[in-house]
Design a binder for this molecule. Structure first.
Ligand SMILES: [Zn+2]
Length: 321
């Protein structure tokens, strides 16, 4: 196969794309900022243009796209794309119309990341792999023998939306209350700190954010917690309790040989990581935990692009079988 296969990461603020060879080697990464053009048609136009730019003179054989959100079980309609405010958008068709004679594969961003880490990174060689990324939200995927578990309606393994607080829990972006993401997702944590500051709590977080509540991030909470700030430590202890409970249950339930933990919030928060790792040990069945290696991702922000491209390549190969 000589025509290029392209991996695309469609994020909240930009589209990134590169050609990816079968061995995972990547061409130069190109980026397009989305800014205010978030209509599905405008994003599809920009994505198709970027794919053509990345593939140079050759028509791309296939394009794999990872995006945050819930897709229908055919992988063609974005049922809920929170970053772009999309509901029931037939995005696969929009892209396919703009890239004729090119295979198009649409997948959830975490599935793309898990696929990338499984083939080329921290999940390499794993048979039952669980991948959980903690950033502005919580994304997760379980892969068995290299195949992501998708579920009946494409919602399997969404650990961010399991209920950790059964009654009167905090509101989650999914419309439910008490989800893990409502307590541990970066956006929800930041919102909570801002709200608590308005009610007059005392914490060094605001100073660490330069006095600007909008500049509060997981990193400022971590900095405060590492410095012994009681409010920040309480937040991290609560987050670690819920994360430990959810991740420990995941280890017991799926009995994975590898658990890859990543994401912006996680990677920048040593104090939180230490607390969570201790909780996972307490909350997992020992026989399952003994068999599970907790590992870091290895591919950085290329994982989703590599994984989406690999899924696109696989769909082409299937077609030719
Ligand atoms: Zn939720």
């Amino acid at each position: 196969m000589n025509k290029p296969v392209i991996g695309v990461d469609l994020g909240a603020t930009n589209i990134r794309a590169a050609t990816v060879a079968a061995d995972g080697s990547c061409g130069p990464l190109k980026r397009h900022e989305i800014r205010d053009e978030t209509s599905p048609e405008a994003v599809a136009d920009a994505l198709a243009a970027l794919a053509r730019e990345v593939s140079g003179k050759a028509r791309p054989a296939a394009v794999g796209i990872g995006l945050a959100g819930w897709l229908d079980s055919e992988g063609k309609v974005v049922r809920n794309g929170p970053n772009l405010g999309w509901r029931d958008v037939p995005f696969w068709q929009l892209v396919a119309d703009r890239l004729p004679r090119t295979g198009v594969v649409l997948t959830n961003d975490l599935r793309a990341i898990a696929q990338g880490e499984y083939l080329f990174g921290g999940g390499f060689g794993s048979r039952i792999l669980a991948v959980v990324f903690m950033g502005s939200g919580i994304g997760s995927c379980v892969m068995i023998d290299g195949v992501p578990l998708s579920g009946t309606t494409n919602m399997a393994c969404e650990i961010g939306h399991i209920r950790v607080v059964p009654r009167n829990g905090r509101a989650c972006g999914c419309g439910q209350r008490g989800c893990l993401e409502a307590y541990v997702g970066g956006h929800n944590l930041e919102r909570r700190v801002r709200h608590d500051l308005e009610t007059g709590i005392s914490t060094t977080i605001l100073d660490l954010a330069g006095g600007d509540p909008r500049a509060i991030t997981g990193a400022t909470i971590e900095q405060a917690a590492a410095g012994g700030d009681p409010y920040a430590l309480d937040l991290w202890c609560e987050a670690a309790d819920y994360l430990g409970q959810a991740l420990g249950s995941l280890v017991t339930y799926f009995n994975p040989d590898r658990l890859v933990l990543g994401g912006g919030l996680w990677q920048g928060a040593q104090t939180l990581r230490r607390l969570v790792k201790a909780r996972i040990s307490q909350m997992s069945s020992p026989a399952a935990l003994d068999a599970c290696l907790v590992a870091d991702p290895k591919l950085g922000d290329r994982a989703g692009i590599l994984g989406a491209a690999a899924l696109a390549r696989r769909s082409l190969e299937k077609k030719h079988e």
